[in-house]
Design a protein around this ligand. Structure first.
Ligand SMILES: Nc1nc2c(c(=O)[nH]1)N[C@H]1C(S)=C(S)[C@@H](COP(=O)(O)O)O[C@H]1N2
Ligand SMILES: [Mo]
Length: 410
């Protein structure tokens, strides 16, 4: 019985090296695909490719079980060989913890539709956190392992004073080439990854809308006058304001508007079509709702106070004609669209929103006007909404054309 195990453990060193390099490549590919999925820049560039990339990332993630399982068989022997090498043992533990954490949180994210936002949100936070800790660690580990760095002991860097006026540096002041390169590589990685990490950490750990929502408001590029005045139910925002932070998603550069170039249209199969300018649009009667906002990639913002016009009332005002089946939504970015069936469009909480937590929606978050469909994933919540068209058939939205499910119910 134990025979095959013994056979397996025979070529132990070579097998370990094989597992190590297989694992290295998988982690490398996971890192590249993962960073591309995370980066806002790639959303617009990849389009449909993003859905493929996500599939590849998931398959690679599951494939990482292979080297881990293989390693599990060699682990006892490896562990023994590392006796007296506490740093190498610590390294093994750190790497296994990283891989395990990534894998578990990744599986939860993969199954998020079955598990729901309650699981997906913490899983995404862990997945990100492990990435910000693990990636620099793995990078450092891989770079300092490169063969040419292993020509250790060559003392080529002198940190002592050698100007003749001062005594020659003591031996301790000499840095080995290896230590020097390690320090330099570590510092380089810290510089490269540090800012993104701090930004992420600030957002992940920061309170509610806090600094971030102020930040977004302060770089609001829209210039629309007059500012919409919040109802008492909206300011102060209910429950103290939203919990969590939006990730700014866009497939185009962020558009911005002035009174001169903004209008809002409702047309198509309606009794009476409208084109409002901003001054008219801010006069429309608004209501307030509190709702959660869920992105299909695993993050949520809870308890948003949205103020705007219920879509149902806009449709009533325009009068939907008999043949209409779908409300199609256009973004002022000129690219993004999505739709709801008429039945979905008249749900009470579907809102053409103008204020968030008592403040005008900033341009980054889709202001001056965005759609809110609380019971569906947020790709339905078209940003920079400026036209609603009632149409006969159905319409496949931007992300739905690129692989997202037409069933967007949370
Ligand atoms: N015009 C436009 N609307 C959009 C998107 C977009 O890229 N462009 N992304 C959608 C997706 S997938 C999400 S999760 C939310 C994100 O909203 P936020 O950028 O305000 O966080 O907007 C949705 N509406
Ligand atoms: Mo999303």
């Amino acid at each position: 019985m134990g025979n095959w195990l013994a056979t397996l453990r025979k070529g132990y060193g070579r097998k370990l090296a094989g597992i190590h390099s297989l694992n290295g490549w998988i982690v490398f590919l996971l890192a590249v695909s993962g960073l591309m999925l995370f980066g806002g820049y790639w959303r617009g560039v990849l389009g449909e490719g993003r859905v493929w990339l996500k599939g590849i990332h998931i398959v690679l993630g599951l494939a990482s079980l292979l080297p881990m399982a293989a390693y599990a068989l060699l682990a006892p022997k490896h562990w023994k060989q590392l006796r007296g090498k506490p740093w190498q043992r610590a390294n093994v533990i750190v790497v296994l913890a990283l891989l395990g954490g990534w894998l578990l949180s990744g599986i939860v994210l993969w199954l998020h539709r079955q598990l729901g936002p309650g699981w997906a949100n913490p899983a995404l936070t862990w997945h990100d956190l492990l990435t910000w800790i693990g990636l620099p660690y793995v990078l450092y580990h891989s770079i300092t392992r490169l063969k040419w760095l292993k020509q250790a002991g060559r003392r080529t860097v002198r940190t002592g004073r050698e100007d003749g006026l001062h005594p020659a540096a003591s031996p301790e002041a000499l840095m080995s080439r290896r230590t020097f390169v390690r320090t330099a590589v570590g510092a380089g990685i810290a510089l490269a990854v540090g800012p993104s990490f701090l930004q992420w950490a600030g957002r992940a750990l920061g309170s509610a809308g806090g600094a971030t929502s102020e930040e977004l408001a302060s770089r609001d590029a829209n210039r629309l006058i007059p500012a919409p005045q919040p109802l008492p139910a909206s300011l102060p925002p209910q429950g103290g304001g939203a919990k969590g932070n939006f990730r700014v998603y866009t497939v185009t550069p962020i558009p911005s508007f002035t009174n001169a170039d903004w209008s809002f249209t409702i047309d198509g199969l309606v009794e009476k079509s409208f084109i409002w300018n901003w001054e008219q649009f801010v006069e429309l009667k608004r209501t307030v709702q509190v709702s959660d906002f869920h992105c299909v990639t695993g993050w949520s913002v809870y308890g948003n106070t949205w103020e705007g016009i219920p879509l149902k009332l806009l449709l009533e005002q325009a009068g939907v004609k008999a043949g209409a089946a779908t409300a199609k939504f256009y973004s002022g970015d000129g690219v993004y669209t999505d739709s709801l069936t008429l039945e979905q469009a008249v749900m009470d909480d579907v809102m053409v929103a103008v204020l968030h937590d008592g403040k005008p929606i900033p341009s980054d978050l889709g202001g001056p006007v965005r759609l809110i469909v609380p019971r569906m994933y947020a790709y339905k919540s078209v940003k920079w909404l400026n036209r609603i068209e009632l149409i006969k058939g159905d319409h496949t939205g931007y992300w739905e054309e690129r692989g997202y499910s037409k069933d967007a119910w949370v």
